[in-house]
Design a protein around this ligand. Structure first.
Ligand SMILES: [Zn+2]
Length: 512
């Protein structure tokens, strides 16, 4: 048995399936680049057959990413599998991940198929996929709640057909660590050809045990692949969190005895990118990536940490990308210092023009804010990344008046396809007035389903980062904006969401 643990990230597939977390093709590509920098072994880039948008995203990622295996999900049918293979055609290393439900409940109620039909379909699908790519992963959906005897027959059959990874999902988050670990172990013992595949775990967090279950699947069950997402993003309570599972295995190498490839110093940047893109904010007390994860507030702890770090610290903050919130740049910093800082943060902009644009935005910000932190730079870059070059709506300026006892009023200037538009309105607050002003001219007909403001760094001098989530005819988009003035940040976020509603190539949303 190998002592390498394969990290399979499904932020872009399972993570994106959580309501409201939908991402555009460009956003997915940007996150995929960050996952590659993290040295994730396998990136599940999407579900190619589910929509044209998903197909294009998988294809773009397969064409761009060289160091990670790129995977597409496919139901166990020829059409889905062929579509995945097509999207993966240009990948350096491609994998098809096919699945079919095997629990009595799912087979009867969802698939309306007999166990024998399911077994036959699983077998045929893997055989079909095997002729298209060499790397095949098979998942019996709702595997943990499936009859073990039947599951053993299905797994043996698909391995015989050429499946190289067997993933046993706890689809509904029902497992308990010891029981799940034993379940995987007994399957591996009972399936005669089990040693011809790598075993994988995929756990959901409905009872808060996704990471614990995954680790038990590894330690007790002998699994050598963990499926996870950045920040634990995913449907309902989410998936196993990448940063937690990776840091557990690294920090307790004495116990697990396993190696992982992950370049952990890029974890924080990945976490921020995913939360900014989706608007799913990371809670302050979240392990590893929460704002308080390395903050020692109590006097006793602070004293201990100052005397010797390991009195209270089991991991080094720097090892996961925290840079202690130090002032990194200011008004006088030059282009080279800025470029160097981008490099240190693991940000690589795709062109010289993009670096120049980011630098001029940085200068603008430095004029208004004396201390620029890493967080500000990351926000600036991700705001820029969210701006397409042909976006119809561009923010120009904003003025607003609010005073106790009076109804707030806002005037917003923005351009639409290069034509300047002046809009004004009053509202319940200055943010509401700004949104109403924009809507008075745009009439998008969209509903706002989320509005959130976050301070990028600690103080009131920090920039506000705003996420606006809009919904129109079943389609959900997230817009982000950052600015020291939160009303301006809000207007930028609103326009960014409108730009995404506008991009027609992303119109189809269908999840299987
Ligand atoms: Zn899942």
């Amino acid at each position: 048995m190998t002592d390498q643990l394969i990290i399979f990230d499904t932020t872009l597939r399972d993570g994106e399936q959580s309501p409201g977390a939908s991402m555009t093709r460009d956003e997915k590509l940007r996150i995929a680049r960050q996952l590659e920098r993290l040295k994730v072994d396998v990136i599940e880039a999407g579900f190619a057959a589910s929509s044209q948008g998903d197909f294009e995203a998988v294809q773009a990622i397969a064409r761009t990413i060289k160091d990670s295996t790129i995977c597409s999900l496919a139901r166990a049918n020829d059409r889905d599998i062929a579509r995945s293979a097509e999207a993966l055609q240009d990948a350096q290393r491609g994998r098809i991940h096919t699945f079919i439900a095997t629990s009595a409940l799912h087979m009867e109620k969802k698939l309306r198929m007999t166990p024998e039909q399911v077994l036959e379909q699983a077998r045929q699908s893997v055989r079909f996929a095997r002729n298209l790519v060499g790397d095949i992963e098979f998942s019996p959906e709702d595997g943990y709640r499936s009859d073990p005897d039947f599951l053993c027959r299905v797994i043996e059959a698909v391995i015989a057909e050429g499946a190289t990874t067997i993933n046993v999902p706890d689809t509904v988050g029902y497992a308990i660590p010891e029981l799940y670990g034993e379940f995987i172990r007994s399957l591996r013992e009972r399936v005669p050809n089990s040693d011809q595949a790598i075993w994988s775990v995929h756990c959901h967090n409905d009872l808060g045990m996704a990471v614990a279950n995954s680790l038990a699947g590894v330690k007790i069950g002998g699994a050598r692949q963990v499926e996870c997402t950045i920040n634990g993003l995913g449907e309902r309570a989410g998936n196993c969190s990448l940063e937690e599972v990776v840091m557990a295995v690294k920090t307790r190498r004495d116990y697990f005895g396993l190696d992982v490839n992950i370049a952990t110093e890029h974890i924080l940047a990945a976490s921020r990118m995913v939360s900014q893109t989706t608007g799913f904010v990371v809670q302050p007390n979240k392990a590893v990536v929460g704002a308080n994860a390395f903050a020692h507030a109590s006097g006793i702890h602070q004293d201990g940490v100052l005397k010797a770090r390991d009195t209270y610290e089991i991991m080094r903050a720097e090892d996961v990308g925290w840079s202690a919130n130090k002032i990194v740049l200011g008004k006088l910093s030059g282009r080279n210092a800025f470029r160097q800082r981008l490099q240190d943060l693991g940000v690589d902009l795709d062109s010289e023009a993009a670096v120049n644009e980011a630098f001029s935005r940085f200068k603008e910000l430095a004029d208004r804010k004396s201390e620029i932190f890493d967080e500000d730079i990351l926000a600036l870059v991700s705001e820029q990344g969210a701006l397409g070059h042909h976006d119809p709506f561009v923010f120009v300026s904003l003025a607003q008046h609010s005073e106790t006892g009076e109804r707030p009023h806002a005037r917003v200037v923005f351009s639409r396809d290069g034509v300047e538009i002046k809009a004004e309105s009053d509202g319940n607050g200055p943010v509401d007035a700004s949104f109403k002003a924009i809507e008075s001219q745009v009439q998008s007909g969209a509903d706002m389903v989320l509005y959130s403001v976050n301070a990028i760094s600690d103080s009131t001098e920090s920039q506000g980062e705003v996420t606006v989530r809009l919904q129109r005819s079943g389609r959900v988009v997230n817009g982000v904006g950052a600015d020291p003035d939160i009303v301006v940040a809000s207007a930028k976020a609103y326009l960014s969401a409108l730009n995404k509603l506008h991009s027609s190539s992303e119109m189809v949303v269908a999840q299987g």
